[in-house]
Ligand binder design. Structure first.
Ligand code: FES
Length: 402
């Protein structure tokens, strides 16, 4: 059986179009990591600055404090024993996390010590996975596991050659020592063959006319081994010195900027309209749980919270839950219809607050929203709803927690 000449000549280019690399794939591949670096760098830088700019993050009385978040995480994390011991170091831990996030973000954005930054980013994401999003279901709805795997390409390959201070410093150090640039540039092997004096119709004269192969190319291997170790040492030394100097300049600038951010945050926090735990208190009545109930038919209803008349629709009351020490809230949905919740956010343990304008409970940390009538999640990242409390009104006109 014969094959038509036209089909023989048409087939290879058609296959190349379908399965081969697109035009300029090698050059485009150098930019492949830039979007990922931009996203991870901006996200971590923003997260670190946001913590530094929020004085409530370091104030244990604030519902969005690191203490509140660690306490909440300790309740649900598989590392709860470790986290419980770390609670007394919450502020230093919070400062360390914020500074680490800024450093990781800057290193990733600038491509400076980027592999170390990527390892740091992966460790932060792994610790957040174990403390915050471990119970996300399905697992891929938690963001930390996605961040963890997003760091891995940067750990494996570094920042790439584009928009990278590491690559630029290495290239300049090599040039200053008269060595070829260490920056890897993707060149199609067909170009190497075209420029090579040994290539002749698929055979390699430098390999006794064996077939030409990229893995066994003597020209490429010689290029890798051609530099003396003294010169490479000199290039390496210069690279480390320049990189360290660049790190000092970037670090000092970042420290100044972070300190300025923290000061601006404090100024803004002085504004009474800023979200805080007192925002709820301004429209609600705080009662102290734990008083014993001793009147008439209400004797066995549970823990006395306070007078029912102190709670009204749109005007809830907060209290401390005796059994757990958690903050609780009681809301009157309609006349005589009370609901109560443990206000520890199931995401990272901040204290959620009642929002009278839309009759829902809102977390000040990452803006999870919950229905006021049953505590279910309206919008995450909280993985599930608030813990419901059993509130009853006694015949004596008081509210009780059962
Ligand atoms: S702690 Fe993150 S949404 Fe509440």
């Amino acid at each position: 059986m014969s094959t038509s000449p036209s089909s023989e000549t048409a087939s290879p280019p058609a296959q190349r179009r379908l399965f081969g690399a697109p035009p300029r794939a090698g050059a485009l591949a150098e930019w492949a990591l830039v979007p990922l670096r931009l996203f991870l760098g901006v996200t971590f830088l923003f997260a670190g600055l946001q913590k530094l700019a929020n004085p409530g993050f370091f104030n244990e009385k604030s519902p969005s404090s690191i203490q509140a978040q660690l306490t909440g995480a300790a309740r649900v994390s598989p590392l709860h024993a470790l986290l419980s011991h770390l609670l007394s170091y919450a502020v230093p831990i919070g400062i360390t996390i914020a500074i680490a996030e800024v450093a990781i973000g800057l290193g990733t954005l600038l491509g400076l010590w980027s592999r170390i930054a990527a390892v740091g980013g992966a460790l932060v994401s792994l610790s957040l996975f174990f403390t915050v999003s471990f119970h996300s279901s399905p697992y891929y709805t938690g963001s930390d596991i996605v961040f963890l795997f997003a760091w891995i390409p940067l750990i494996i390959s570094g920042p790439g050659t584009r928009l990278s201070m590491d690559a630029r410093i290495a290239a300049q150090a090599a040039t200053s020592q008269g060595a070829p640039s260490p920056v890897l540039v993707a060149v199609p092997f067909a170009t190497v063959q075209r420029l090579c004096g040994h290539f002749n119709e698929s055979k390699c004269a430098a390999r006794n006319n064996e077939p030409c192969e990229d893995a066994a190319c003597p020209v490429l291997v010689a290029g890798d081994q051609g530099e003396s170790s003294e010169r490479l040492d000199a290039v390496h030394r210069r690279t480390v010195i320049v990189r360290s100097a660049a790190t000092a300049v970037v670090g000092a600038s970042a420290a100044l900027f972070a300190a300025g951010t923290a000061e601006v945050g404090k100024l803004i926090a002085g504004n009474p309209t800023t979200v805080g735990v007192n925002e709820l208190g301004a429209t609600s009545v705080t009662t102290t749980a734990g008083q014993s109930s001793s009147t008439g038919s209400s004797k066995n209803l549970g823990t006395l919270l306070g007078a029912a008349k102190d709670v009204a629709p749109g005007r809830p009351a907060v209290f401390t839950i005796p059994s757990s020490g958690d903050p609780g809230i009681v809301i009157e949905l309609a006349k005589g219809d009370y609901v109560g919740f443990d206000t520890v956010c199931p995401h990272m343990g901040c204290t959620v607050q009642y929002s009278p304008s839309n009759n829902m409970l809102v977390c000040p940390c990452h803006h999870s929203e919950f229905y006021a009538n049953n505590g279910d999640v309206i919008q995450g990242p909280a993985p599930h709803g608030l813990t419901k409390l059993d509130i009853v009104e006694g015949s004596d006109g008081n509210l009780y927690l059962r």
